[in-house]
Design a protein around this ligand. Structure first.
Ligand SMILES: [Zn+2]
Ligand SMILES: [Zn+2]
Length: 328
């Protein structure tokens, strides 16, 4: 079967003879319909995030149709259209027992420390394959995973209706934070040095950041070190700064500002299983996260998709021929 694999930093190829996955007793195998590209995939693509070995199957945001189930899984699930929750916590450690599965030290992550989902067939434990709500378009379903990140971050920040929130970075995660804020009745204000990305956020209803003014909540979604400086500068006294973007490059931060303004810095790492993901699936119909999709590439052009994803506004996604099969 075909798979999109990283063969060296910045080089993605379609392998024609990639091995098919085994279906364990608790697994489902799905025929992939589409895969979204996100920032963490791009850091793997660039060679900035190490993977166990090359060639490496990329991607973690997949949707597909179940074509096979393991012995312990209800046979009726065959034919179900699903979204994959691509982080598998151990479900046994103290963090998992406390429901804080995002910080599980043994978390398996598709595309990072487990083979990614840009393959025609992918096997996952059945509990991490979420059934699509009836009638939900593929465009919205494929954005359910990053939407779960955005919704979990809003929850952690305790955003209230009518609060004006600054969103630093209008990449796909920033756009989803804007949509989630609007759905809550909060007011997203956005800043991004890239004109196309900023324009996309404004198209989706966010206001551009004014020259001055402070915000009670600031979301840093880009991971660019200078963006953290903007986030701190623009946070109001007693403000919460919610960090979603990540970078290993140190950023400049004055404790004077943080202490004098009594700022809270909140790191937000993905979402907790299963509640956060269930909430995202349930709310996708209302939030319509597929509105952030822009560049669409067939699997054969996956190399172009990865090369262009950083410069293209909105979210880039890759579709498989299987997408043409009518959804159930
Ligand atoms: Zn993602
Ligand atoms: Zn655990």
């Amino acid at each position: 079967m075909r798979a999109a694999v990283l063969t060296g930093p910045g080089v993605v190829e379609v392998a024609a003879d990639w091995p098919e996955p085994d279906c364990g007793p608790d697994d489902v195998v799905l025929a992939v319909r589409a895969v979204g590209v996100c920032g963490s995939d791009l850091t793997v693509f660039d060679g900035k995030r190490a993977v166990p070995g090359l060639p490496w199957a990329l991607g973690h945001e997949a949707i597909g149709d179940i074509v096979r189930v393991g012995a312990n899984v209800a046979p009726a699930r065959v034919g179900e259209r699903v979204a994959i929750e691509p982080n598998f916590p151990c479900l046994r450690c103290p963090a998992c027992a406390a429901g804080r599965t995002a910080v599980c030290p043994d978390r398996r992550i598709l595309g990072i420390n487990e083979p990614g989902v840009l393959r025609e067939l992918v096997a996952v434990p059945a509990r991490f394959a979420w059934s699509a709500p009836r009638g939900l378009p593929d465009e919205d379903l494929v954005c359910v995973e990053p939407l779960a990140v955005a919704l979990a971050a809003l929850g952690r920040a305790g955003v209230r209706p009518a609060e004006r929130c600054l969103v630093v970075g209008a990449g796909s995660q920033g756009l989803l934070v804007c949509l989630a804020l609007q759905a809550l009745g909060a007011v997203p204000v956005v800043v991004d040095p890239h004109e196309g990305r900023l324009a996309t956020a404004v198209e989706l209803g966010a206001a551009p950041m004014p020259a001055d003014g402070l915000f009670p909540v600031v979301f840093e979604t880009s991971g660019a070190p200078p963006a953290l400086e903007t986030a701190v500068e623009r946070a109001a006294p007693d403000g919460r700064i919610v960090l979603i973007g990540q970078s290993a490059v140190p950023a400049r931060l004055s404790t004077f500002t943080v202490v004098q303004r009594r700022l809270s810095l909140l790191g937000c790492l993905i979402y907790d299983h299963p509640g956060d993901f269930a909430a995202s699936v349930a709310r996708a119909g209302e939030l319509r996260p597929g509105r952030i999709l822009r560049g669409r590439f067939p699997l054969a052009r996956v190399s172009d998709a990865f090369a262009q994803a950083r410069e293209l506004p909105g979210k880039t996604w890759i579709t498989f021929e299987h997408l043409e099969v009518a959804p159930r």
